[in-house]
Design a protein around this ligand. Sequence first.
Ligand code: NAD
Ligand code: ZN
Length: 363
Amino acid sequence: MSVGKTTFRNFPMVPRVVFGRGSFDQLGDILMSKRKNAEAPFIFLVDDYFENPDFLARIPVLFNDEVIFVSAEEEPKTQQVDALVNRIKNKFEELPSGIVGIGGGTLLDLAKAVSILMTNPGKAENYQGWDLVNRPALYHVGIPTISGTGAEVSRTTVLLGPQKKLGINSDYTTYDQVILDPELTKSVPKEQWFYTGMDCFIHCVESLKGTYINAFSKSYGEKAYDLCKEVFLGDLSEVESQDKLMMASWHGGMSIAYSQVGIAHAMSYGLSYLLGIKHGLGNCLVFQHLEHFYPEGVKLFHQMMEKHEVKLPTQVCADLTQNDFDILTDITFGMEALWENALGKDWRSKIEASQVQKLFQKI
Ligand code: NAD
Ligand code: ZN
């Protein structure tokens, strides 16, 4: 790279995508052309919410394919990825034909990480960071069953490791194929629908209001922002709402791919690391208090909460010690790009640890 010359990011997109209610049932045909041979199975990693005979009958299992149900109770961990990879490698002599992830952000991230670790040596924690993956991942397919995270389009897989919560950000992380079937989301409980949907809304606010914003990200972010307003403040039918939120998630993910998230995400990472609070809820807990930074977005967020009668937990940080707050602020300030996006290059002169601690104390 020559000095003074800007290098523009060259990032991957999902090359193939199907959209439509009931499109899940095309999975068998899609996988058929990717089967290497009868000995090279497909491994389906499925959210255990779907562990029932009806859904199992819809998974297009052939030959020695394997379905592994995984709980999404906790966010994915690097050790969990390593254990799954070892289990698959020990069982099959041949490398599988591919990995299919079916579920919310948790399962989508897990499946991406497993597909990377199937072809790259060592432990998952070694790849947490930016562009540390050297070899292409195994062919992987993502099928979201909740809308909001954008994990179906992003080039990251967020993992909780022994040292940190950080994504495996690489050109090989992105899915090779995605199936967007909004019908799969119809069973999502209301609170979960809200928290994960707000993840999308917050992606848009943080991307659009950030200093990294550009016409590319704006075009996707504005679309997703408007779709979220329709879904959460409009008067849509259930079908329309499911369809539109799935597309909002996609566009929100595309928006942050070429920009960055901001303060709610930086602080929510801390809550997740220290207290195990899940991403969507953590973002909501923080975002409700960020009116100083995102006035319009936070106002709409409160209207959405009111309309859907969502009550967020309170006193979440009430029993924390000063040491806990120090850990929270350290992790939060560690997310430098997010702060730079939110407040500009001189962000350190614009925010102090005591201000961040005060925000945490409100939660
Ligand atoms: P989730 O995957 O954690 O699932 C939340 C709950 O909903 C679980 O109990 C799950 O069993 C249940 N569920 C899933 N689908 C369902 C359905 N159709 N019907 C009923 N219940 C259903 O939720 P999420 O909010 O989608 O994902 C959060 C995760 O996504 C976090 O781990 C976060 O780090 C990650 N994330 C990743 C990215 C990325 O770009 N890779 C972006 C944002 C968030
Ligand atoms: Zn998010």
